[in-house]
Design a protein around this ligand. Structure first.
Ligand SMILES: C[S@@+](CC[C@H](N)C(=O)[O-])C[C@H]1O[C@@H](n2cnc3c(N)ncnc32)[C@H](O)[C@@H]1O
Length: 245
C-alpha cells in the first residue's frame, strides 16, 4: 500500500466491478444519500454557486447531474431550489443501470433519470442551465476526466460544478473512523478509502485551464467553470494524469 502523497489510480473500487454483489451495491448506493449529506457540502455549494446562478435564469431552470448514481444530490438540489421559489427540473444521467434503479426508487416530480454518458447528451445537442457531478472525478483517468469536464462545459455553458473528495491523510483517517456505523453489509468502507486514495488534491485540479479549483468545505474539492471563465478544453490540460506532491 502506498502513502497518500500521490494519487493511486491503480486501485479499483469494488462497486466498479460489474459482477459485484448486487445486495451490497444497492446498500452502498442507498447509503450514499447519508454520506453525501454529511460530507459533500452541497448545502454550501447551493448557497454560494447554485442559488446565485438560478437567480440569473429567466424561466424554468434545468439541472443535469452527470454520474448521478443513487440520485440523492440532484434531488437535494432541486428540493432546495424549489424551497427558494425557483422553477427547476432535473435530469440525472448515468450509463450504469444499477445506480439508476436506486435513483428511480425515490420519485420527485420533475426529476428524471436516463441511462446515458455525458457525451451522449452533448451529441444530442442538449442544453442545461447548470451541470453538476458528485464523486465522479476520482473514478476517472486523465482522458476520461477531460471528456467529462468538456462535456459538462458544453452541456451547461453558464455553470458547471464538479464536487469530489480531496485526497489527504486527515480525510483518510477521519473517514476510516466516521464510516463505521454505516459500513456493515456495504462497500462503503473499502470503496470510500480507495476513493480517497484515487482522488486528487485542490492543487492538482488547479492546473486545469479554464476551471477554478476550491475547497468549499473541509476535505472537499469543487471544480467550477462559469460563462466568465477563460475558454479552452480541459483536454488540453497536461497535469491531470501527473499527481503533484
Ligand atoms: C461513485 S458514482 C457517484 C454517484 C453519485 N453521484 C453519488 O455521489 O453518490 C460515479 C458514477 O459516475 C458515472 N459516470 C462516470 N463517467 C460518466 C459520464 N461521462 N457520464 C455519465 N456518468 C458517468 C459512473 O457510471 C458511476 O455510476
Amino acid at each position: 500500500m502506498t502513502g497518500l502523497a500521490a494519487r493511486d489510480e491503480r486501485l479499483r473500487e469494488l462497486m466498479d466491478d460489474p459482477d459485484c454483489d448486487p445486495v451490497r451495491l444497492r446498500r452502498t448506493l442507498e447509503r450514499f444519500a447519508v454520506v453525501n449529506r454529511l460530507v459533500s457540502g452541497w448545502g454550501t455549494v447551493y448557497r454560494t454557486r447554485v442559488r446565485p446562478a438560478l437567480r440569473a435564469v429567466a424561466g424554468p431552470a434545468r439541472i443535469v447531474d452527470i454520474g448521478c448514481g443513487g440520485g440523492d444530490v440532484l434531488r437535494g438540489l432541486v428540493a432546495r431550489a424549489r424551497r427558494d421559489g425557483f422553477e427547476v427540473t432535473g435530469l440525472g444521467i448515468d450509463p450504469d443501470e444499477r445506480g439508476l434503479a436506486v435513483s428511480r426508487a425515490t420519485a420527485l416530480p420533475g426529476v428524471d433519470y436516463r441511462a446515458a454518458h455525458s457525451s451522449d447528451l452533448v451529441a444530442a445537442g442538449e442544453r442545461f442551465d447548470i451541470a453538476v457531478s458528485n464523486h465522479v472525478l476520482h473514478h476517472l483517468d486523465a482522458r476520461e476526466l477531460a471528456t467529462v469536464l468538456d462535456d459538462s462545459a458544453a452541456l451547461a455553458p453558464s455553470l458547471a460544478l464538479h464536487s469530489d473528495i480531496a485526497r489527504s491523510r486527515l480525510a483518510y483517517a477521519a473517514y476510516a473512523v466516521g464510516i463505521t456505523p454505516l459500513a456493515p453489509g456495504s462497500f462503503l468502507r473499502t470503496d470510500g478509502l480507495r476513493s480517497i486514495r484515487r482522488s486528487r488534491t485542490v492543487a492538482e485540479l488547479a492546473t486545469l485551464p479554464g476551471w477554478d479549483a476550491s475547497a468549499p468545505v473541509p476535505f472537499r474539492v469543487l471544480l467550477t467553470r462559469s460563462a466568465s471563465a477563460p475558454t479552452g478544453p480541459a483536454s488540453t490540460a497536461p497535469a491531470t494524469a501527473t499527481p503533484r506532491r
